[in-house]
Design a protein around this ligand. Structure first.
Ligand code: ACO
Length: 320
Protein backbone atom coordinates (compact mmCIF):
# COMPACT_ATOMS: atom_id res chain seq x y z
CA UNK A 1 0.00 0.00 0.00
CA UNK A 2 3.01 2.36 0.08
CA UNK A 3 5.99 3.45 -1.97
CA UNK A 4 9.19 5.12 -0.82
CA UNK A 5 8.96 8.78 -1.78
CA UNK A 6 12.09 10.18 -0.15
CA UNK A 7 15.17 9.19 1.85
CA UNK A 8 17.75 10.88 4.07
CA UNK A 9 20.57 10.09 6.48
CA UNK A 10 23.03 11.79 8.82
CA UNK A 11 26.18 10.41 10.41
CA UNK A 12 28.36 11.85 13.18
CA UNK A 13 31.48 13.69 12.03
CA UNK A 14 33.95 11.61 14.02
CA UNK A 15 35.25 8.52 12.25
CA UNK A 16 36.97 5.86 14.36
CA UNK A 17 39.14 3.30 12.56
CA UNK A 18 40.01 -0.20 13.75
CA UNK A 19 43.55 1.05 14.36
CA UNK A 20 42.13 3.78 16.62
CA UNK A 21 40.40 1.08 18.69
CA UNK A 22 43.61 -0.95 18.87
CA UNK A 23 45.17 1.96 20.75
CA UNK A 24 43.13 1.10 23.87
CA UNK A 25 41.83 -2.43 23.20
CA UNK A 26 43.63 -5.74 22.68
CA UNK A 27 42.47 -6.00 19.05
CA UNK A 28 43.67 -5.30 15.50
CA UNK A 29 42.41 -4.08 12.13
CA UNK A 30 43.19 -7.55 10.78
CA UNK A 31 41.02 -9.34 13.40
CA UNK A 32 38.07 -6.99 13.10
CA UNK A 33 38.09 -6.79 9.30
CA UNK A 34 38.48 -10.50 8.61
CA UNK A 35 35.86 -11.51 11.23
CA UNK A 36 33.27 -8.82 10.40
CA UNK A 37 34.09 -6.75 7.28
CA UNK A 38 34.25 -3.55 9.39
CA UNK A 39 37.04 -0.99 8.82
CA UNK A 40 35.65 2.10 10.57
CA UNK A 41 32.51 3.55 12.15
CA UNK A 42 31.06 6.99 12.96
CA UNK A 43 30.79 7.91 16.64
CA UNK A 44 28.90 10.73 18.38
CA UNK A 45 31.09 13.38 20.00
CA UNK A 46 29.62 16.89 20.01
CA UNK A 47 26.34 15.98 18.27
CA UNK A 48 23.10 14.88 19.91
CA UNK A 49 21.26 11.91 18.43
CA UNK A 50 18.22 14.20 18.08
CA UNK A 51 20.21 16.47 15.74
CA UNK A 52 21.04 13.60 13.41
CA UNK A 53 17.47 12.26 13.47
CA UNK A 54 16.05 15.70 12.62
CA UNK A 55 18.61 16.33 9.86
CA UNK A 56 17.86 12.99 8.20
CA UNK A 57 14.08 13.56 8.51
CA UNK A 58 14.34 16.99 6.87
CA UNK A 59 16.42 15.58 4.00
CA UNK A 60 13.91 12.77 3.40
CA UNK A 61 11.00 15.24 3.48
CA UNK A 62 12.69 17.60 1.01
CA UNK A 63 13.46 14.60 -1.20
CA UNK A 64 9.79 13.56 -1.11
CA UNK A 65 8.52 17.13 -1.47
CA UNK A 66 6.40 17.00 1.70
CA UNK A 67 5.95 19.53 4.51
CA UNK A 68 5.27 18.84 8.18
CA UNK A 69 1.54 19.38 7.68
CA UNK A 70 1.45 16.59 5.06
CA UNK A 71 2.64 13.92 7.49
CA UNK A 72 -0.03 11.72 9.09
CA UNK A 73 2.23 9.59 11.31
CA UNK A 74 5.79 9.85 12.65
CA UNK A 75 7.52 6.59 13.62
CA UNK A 76 10.99 6.35 15.05
CA UNK A 77 12.97 3.10 15.30
CA UNK A 78 15.44 3.40 18.15
CA UNK A 79 16.62 1.45 21.19
CA UNK A 80 17.09 4.69 23.12
CA UNK A 81 16.80 8.32 22.16
CA UNK A 82 18.41 11.24 23.98
CA UNK A 83 15.37 11.50 26.27
CA UNK A 84 12.93 8.88 27.51
CA UNK A 85 10.19 11.45 27.15
CA UNK A 86 9.58 13.20 24.85
CA UNK A 87 10.09 10.30 22.50
CA UNK A 88 12.54 10.79 19.68
CA UNK A 89 9.56 10.70 17.30
CA UNK A 90 7.96 13.68 19.13
CA UNK A 91 11.27 15.56 19.09
CA UNK A 92 11.49 15.06 15.32
CA UNK A 93 7.80 15.96 14.86
CA UNK A 94 8.32 19.28 16.66
CA UNK A 95 11.36 20.10 14.51
CA UNK A 96 9.60 19.36 11.21
CA UNK A 97 6.32 21.07 12.19
CA UNK A 98 4.12 17.98 12.39
CA UNK A 99 1.20 17.43 14.77
CA UNK A 100 0.65 13.85 13.64
CA UNK A 101 0.71 10.96 16.12
CA UNK A 102 4.35 10.17 16.89
CA UNK A 103 5.96 7.32 18.78
CA UNK A 104 9.20 5.35 19.14
CA UNK A 105 9.46 1.65 18.46
CA UNK A 106 12.14 -0.68 19.79
CA UNK A 107 12.68 -3.82 17.75
CA UNK A 108 16.49 -3.40 17.86
CA UNK A 109 18.07 -3.79 14.42
CA UNK A 110 14.74 -4.73 12.80
CA UNK A 111 13.04 -1.50 13.93
CA UNK A 112 12.78 0.09 10.47
CA UNK A 113 11.12 -3.01 9.02
CA UNK A 114 8.62 -3.06 11.91
CA UNK A 115 7.92 0.65 11.22
CA UNK A 116 7.42 -0.04 7.49
CA UNK A 117 4.82 -2.68 8.32
CA UNK A 118 3.03 -0.38 10.79
CA UNK A 119 3.03 2.38 8.16
CA UNK A 120 1.55 -0.09 5.70
CA UNK A 121 -1.25 -0.97 8.15
CA UNK A 122 -2.06 2.69 8.87
CA UNK A 123 -2.18 3.42 5.14
CA UNK A 124 -4.18 0.28 4.31
CA UNK A 125 -6.83 1.13 6.92
CA UNK A 126 -7.14 4.75 5.74
CA UNK A 127 -5.59 6.24 8.91
CA UNK A 128 -2.64 7.78 7.04
CA UNK A 129 -1.47 8.64 3.53
CA UNK A 130 2.03 9.92 4.28
CA UNK A 131 4.28 8.48 6.99
CA UNK A 132 7.69 9.70 8.15
CA UNK A 133 9.88 6.84 9.38
CA UNK A 134 13.06 7.79 11.20
CA UNK A 135 15.75 5.58 12.70
CA UNK A 136 18.45 6.77 15.07
CA UNK A 137 20.87 4.82 17.23
CA UNK A 138 23.59 5.99 19.60
CA UNK A 139 25.25 2.60 19.93
CA UNK A 140 28.44 4.18 21.32
CA UNK A 141 26.48 5.14 24.45
CA UNK A 142 25.11 1.63 24.97
CA UNK A 143 28.33 -0.34 24.86
CA UNK A 144 30.92 -1.58 27.30
CA UNK A 145 34.03 -0.03 25.75
CA UNK A 146 36.26 -2.54 27.59
CA UNK A 147 34.54 -5.52 25.91
CA UNK A 148 36.46 -6.02 22.67
CA UNK A 149 34.05 -8.74 21.53
CA UNK A 150 31.15 -6.27 21.20
CA UNK A 151 32.29 -2.64 21.12
CA UNK A 152 34.25 -3.01 17.87
CA UNK A 153 31.09 -4.01 15.99
CA UNK A 154 28.94 -0.90 16.25
CA UNK A 155 28.58 2.68 15.01
CA UNK A 156 26.18 5.61 15.43
CA UNK A 157 23.88 7.20 12.88
CA UNK A 158 20.40 8.24 11.77
CA UNK A 159 18.30 7.84 8.67
CA UNK A 160 14.79 8.51 7.41
CA UNK A 161 12.30 7.68 4.70
CA UNK A 162 8.96 9.17 3.71
CA UNK A 163 6.45 6.59 2.52
CA UNK A 164 3.27 7.52 0.68
CA UNK A 165 0.06 5.72 -0.21
CA UNK A 166 0.42 3.90 -3.54
CA UNK A 167 1.73 0.75 -5.18
CA UNK A 168 5.23 -0.23 -4.04
CA UNK A 169 5.33 -2.56 -1.03
CA UNK A 170 4.87 -6.11 -2.29
CA UNK A 171 5.16 -8.18 0.92
CA UNK A 172 6.42 -8.15 4.51
CA UNK A 173 7.23 -10.71 7.22
CA UNK A 174 7.96 -9.87 10.87
CA UNK A 175 8.99 -12.37 13.55
CA UNK A 176 10.26 -12.72 17.06
CA UNK A 177 12.08 -15.70 18.57
CA UNK A 178 12.07 -14.43 22.15
CA UNK A 179 15.44 -14.97 23.83
CA UNK A 180 16.47 -12.90 26.85
CA UNK A 181 20.09 -14.12 26.98
CA UNK A 182 21.67 -13.99 23.51
CA UNK A 183 21.65 -10.17 23.34
CA UNK A 184 20.89 -8.31 26.54
CA UNK A 185 21.24 -4.65 27.41
CA UNK A 186 19.99 -3.82 30.92
CA UNK A 187 18.37 -0.49 31.59
CA UNK A 188 20.54 2.47 32.48
CA UNK A 189 21.05 3.17 36.15
CA UNK A 190 18.73 5.96 37.20
CA UNK A 191 17.18 7.44 40.31
CA UNK A 192 16.37 4.43 42.45
CA UNK A 193 12.99 4.20 44.17
CA UNK A 194 13.22 3.83 47.99
CA UNK A 195 10.86 0.87 47.57
CA UNK A 196 12.92 -0.96 44.96
CA UNK A 197 14.56 -4.09 46.38
CA UNK A 198 16.28 -5.18 43.17
CA UNK A 199 19.74 -3.77 42.54
CA UNK A 200 19.97 -1.78 39.33
CA UNK A 201 22.25 -3.14 36.65
CA UNK A 202 24.68 -0.83 34.87
CA UNK A 203 24.05 -0.21 31.22
CA UNK A 204 26.11 -2.33 28.81
CA UNK A 205 25.55 -4.75 26.01
CA UNK A 206 26.07 -8.44 26.74
CA UNK A 207 26.10 -10.64 23.69
CA UNK A 208 26.74 -14.29 22.97
CA UNK A 209 28.33 -13.63 19.56
CA UNK A 210 28.34 -17.26 18.46
CA UNK A 211 24.64 -17.81 19.34
CA UNK A 212 23.61 -14.59 17.63
CA UNK A 213 25.65 -15.56 14.56
CA UNK A 214 23.83 -18.89 14.19
CA UNK A 215 20.43 -17.29 14.76
CA UNK A 216 21.19 -14.52 12.27
CA UNK A 217 22.19 -16.79 9.38
CA UNK A 218 19.05 -18.93 9.80
CA UNK A 219 16.67 -16.03 10.46
CA UNK A 220 17.85 -13.98 7.48
CA UNK A 221 17.62 -17.02 5.19
CA UNK A 222 14.13 -17.99 6.39
CA UNK A 223 12.75 -14.44 6.21
CA UNK A 224 14.04 -14.08 2.62
CA UNK A 225 12.36 -17.35 1.67
CA UNK A 226 9.07 -16.40 3.38
CA UNK A 227 8.81 -12.85 2.05
CA UNK A 228 9.63 -13.96 -1.50
CA UNK A 229 6.96 -16.67 -1.28
CA UNK A 230 4.43 -14.08 -0.06
CA UNK A 231 5.28 -11.79 -2.97
CA UNK A 232 5.18 -14.68 -5.48
CA UNK A 233 8.81 -14.08 -6.42
CA UNK A 234 11.90 -16.26 -6.54
CA UNK A 235 14.89 -14.87 -4.59
CA UNK A 236 16.70 -14.55 -7.95
CA UNK A 237 14.03 -12.08 -9.15
CA UNK A 238 15.00 -9.54 -6.48
CA UNK A 239 17.10 -6.73 -7.95
CA UNK A 240 18.70 -5.44 -4.73
CA UNK A 241 19.24 -6.96 -1.31
CA UNK A 242 19.54 -4.52 1.60
CA UNK A 243 20.55 -6.73 4.54
CA UNK A 244 21.15 -5.55 8.10
CA UNK A 245 24.86 -4.69 8.30
CA UNK A 246 25.99 -6.77 11.30
CA UNK A 247 28.73 -8.93 9.82
CA UNK A 248 29.71 -9.60 6.20
CA UNK A 249 30.14 -13.28 7.02
CA UNK A 250 26.52 -13.49 8.27
CA UNK A 251 25.28 -11.79 5.09
CA UNK A 252 27.36 -14.05 2.84
CA UNK A 253 26.26 -17.22 4.63
CA UNK A 254 22.54 -16.39 4.62
CA UNK A 255 22.48 -15.42 0.94
CA UNK A 256 24.69 -18.30 -0.24
CA UNK A 257 21.77 -20.72 -0.01
CA UNK A 258 19.88 -18.80 -2.69
CA UNK A 259 22.96 -18.37 -4.92
CA UNK A 260 22.40 -14.60 -4.91
CA UNK A 261 24.90 -12.69 -7.04
CA UNK A 262 27.13 -10.60 -4.80
CA UNK A 263 26.61 -7.58 -7.07
CA UNK A 264 22.94 -7.48 -5.94
CA UNK A 265 23.85 -7.29 -2.24
CA UNK A 266 24.36 -3.74 -0.97
CA UNK A 267 26.93 -3.13 1.75
CA UNK A 268 28.29 -0.21 3.75
CA UNK A 269 29.42 -2.12 6.83
CA UNK A 270 33.10 -1.45 6.15
CA UNK A 271 32.53 2.30 6.62
CA UNK A 272 29.72 2.34 9.23
CA UNK A 273 29.79 -0.87 11.27
CA UNK A 274 26.49 -2.09 12.74
CA UNK A 275 24.20 0.90 13.40
CA UNK A 276 21.33 -1.30 14.62
CA UNK A 277 17.97 -0.10 13.19
CA UNK A 278 19.70 2.64 11.24
CA UNK A 279 21.87 0.33 9.12
CA UNK A 280 19.31 -0.47 6.40
CA UNK A 281 18.09 3.14 6.33
CA UNK A 282 21.55 4.64 5.72
CA UNK A 283 22.21 1.91 3.15
CA UNK A 284 18.95 2.78 1.34
CA UNK A 285 19.72 6.51 1.30
CA UNK A 286 23.30 5.98 0.13
CA UNK A 287 22.34 3.83 -2.86
CA UNK A 288 19.22 5.88 -3.68
CA UNK A 289 21.39 9.01 -3.88
CA UNK A 290 23.91 7.17 -6.09
CA UNK A 291 21.05 6.45 -8.54
CA UNK A 292 21.46 2.68 -8.13
CA UNK A 293 17.71 1.93 -8.13
CA UNK A 294 15.59 2.20 -11.29
CA UNK A 295 11.77 2.42 -11.29
CA UNK A 296 10.35 -1.09 -11.00
CA UNK A 297 13.45 -2.52 -9.26
CA UNK A 298 12.56 -4.88 -6.43
CA UNK A 299 14.35 -4.07 -3.15
CA UNK A 300 14.43 -6.69 -0.38
CA UNK A 301 15.17 -5.43 3.15
CA UNK A 302 16.11 -8.17 5.64
CA UNK A 303 17.24 -7.81 9.24
CA UNK A 304 17.70 -9.55 12.59
CA UNK A 305 18.42 -8.15 16.04
CA UNK A 306 18.01 -8.12 19.80
CA UNK A 307 14.79 -9.59 21.11
CA UNK A 308 15.44 -11.71 19.13
CA UNK A 309 13.60 -10.13 16.23
CA UNK A 310 13.78 -10.61 12.48
CA UNK A 311 11.92 -9.55 9.36
CA UNK A 312 11.95 -8.87 5.65
CA UNK A 313 10.07 -6.44 3.39
CA UNK A 314 10.00 -6.21 -0.42
CA UNK A 315 9.32 -2.81 -1.98
CA UNK A 316 9.24 -1.94 -5.68
CA UNK A 317 11.21 1.24 -6.31
CA UNK A 318 9.10 4.02 -7.72
CA UNK A 319 10.30 7.32 -6.23
CA UNK A 320 7.56 9.87 -7.07
N1 ACO B 1 39.87 -8.49 18.74
C1 ACO B 1 40.68 -9.55 18.88
N2 ACO B 1 40.23 -10.73 19.38
C2 ACO B 1 38.94 -10.81 19.72
C3 ACO B 1 38.05 -9.72 19.61
C4 ACO B 1 38.58 -8.52 19.08
N3 ACO B 1 37.82 -7.42 18.92
N4 ACO B 1 36.84 -10.11 20.03
C5 ACO B 1 36.94 -11.39 20.40
N5 ACO B 1 38.21 -11.81 20.22
C6 ACO B 1 38.78 -13.14 20.49
C7 ACO B 1 37.96 -13.94 21.45
O1 ACO B 1 38.28 -13.60 22.77
C8 ACO B 1 38.35 -15.35 21.08
O2 ACO B 1 39.57 -15.61 21.69
P1 ACO B 1 39.87 -17.09 22.32
O3 ACO B 1 39.79 -18.04 21.15
O4 ACO B 1 41.22 -16.94 22.88
O5 ACO B 1 38.79 -17.31 23.31
C9 ACO B 1 38.60 -15.29 19.57
O6 ACO B 1 38.77 -13.88 19.28
C10 ACO B 1 37.49 -15.85 18.72
O7 ACO B 1 36.26 -15.35 19.20
P2 ACO B 1 34.90 -15.77 18.56
O8 ACO B 1 33.80 -15.21 19.37
O9 ACO B 1 34.91 -17.26 18.31
O10 ACO B 1 34.96 -15.06 17.15
P3 ACO B 1 33.91 -15.15 15.98
O11 ACO B 1 34.60 -15.59 14.75
O12 ACO B 1 32.67 -15.90 16.39
O13 ACO B 1 33.49 -13.64 15.76
C11 ACO B 1 31.75 -12.06 16.30
C12 ACO B 1 32.87 -12.92 16.84
C13 ACO B 1 32.32 -11.11 15.27
C14 ACO B 1 31.12 -11.29 17.45
C15 ACO B 1 30.69 -12.98 15.63
O14 ACO B 1 30.35 -14.02 16.49
C16 ACO B 1 29.45 -12.22 15.24
O15 ACO B 1 29.45 -11.42 14.32
N6 ACO B 1 28.32 -12.51 15.92
C17 ACO B 1 27.07 -11.82 15.65
C18 ACO B 1 27.09 -10.49 16.32
C19 ACO B 1 25.91 -9.67 15.88
O16 ACO B 1 25.53 -9.70 14.73
N7 ACO B 1 25.31 -8.97 16.78
C20 ACO B 1 24.17 -8.21 16.40
C21 ACO B 1 23.70 -7.56 17.56
S1 ACO B 1 22.37 -6.60 17.08
C22 ACO B 1 22.02 -5.66 18.39
O17 ACO B 1 22.38 -5.97 19.42
C23 ACO B 1 21.27 -4.44 18.20
Amino acid sequence: MFYIAGTGSALPEKVVSNDDLAEFLDTSDEWIYTRTGIRRRHVLTHERLDDLAIASAKTAMADAGVAGADIDLVLCATMRGDTITPSLACTVAEAVGSHAPAFDLNAACVGVLYCMEIADSFIATGKAETVLIVSAEAMSKLLDWTDRASCVLFGDGAGAMVVKKGAGRLAGVLCSDPDTRAIRMPNIEGMNSPYNKIAQEPLAMHMDGGEVYKFAVNAMGHRIEEVCAKAGLAPGEIDWYLPHQANVRIIDASLKKFKIEKSKVLLNISECGNMSATSVMVLLDEYAKKGTFKPGDKLLFVAFGGGLTSGAVIVEWRKN
